[in-house]
Design a binder for this molecule. Structure first.
Ligand SMILES: [Zn+2]
Length: 94
């Protein structure tokens, strides 16, 4: 049960406490971003099907920007309805 944010999944940087999470067990990072997944069809590691669980990871801002500069981050934008999204590479400031 973490009482401080999980470290960056890429470089291991420890975060200062940021904004409150959904519970004391999930503290949001400062100068980082938290991502969650409810599962992915096709994953052999995380596909809980009907189980309403989620996985949480944190990544520090420098690692996120480095990945974006390498073209490894997509930004999704809803089009007309929430069921149609378009994706394009994300860059800092976009
Ligand atoms: Zn990092």
């Amino acid at each position: 049960m973490p009482s401080s944010p999980l470290p960056c999944i890429k470089c291991g940087t420890q975060f200062e406490d940021g904004h409150g999470g959904m519970s004391p067990d999930n503290v949001m990072p400062s100068v980082g971003t938290q991502f969650s997944s409810h599962g992915h069809y096709g994953s052999t590691a995380w596909d809980p099907m009907s189980d309403p669980s989620e996985l949480i990871i944190n990544i520090c801002d420098p690692c996120l920007v480095f990945a974006a500069d390498a073209g490894l981050v997509l930004k999704g934008t809803p089009q007309i309805t929430d069921t149609v999204w378009t994706y394009r590479p994300w860059k800092l400031g976009d």
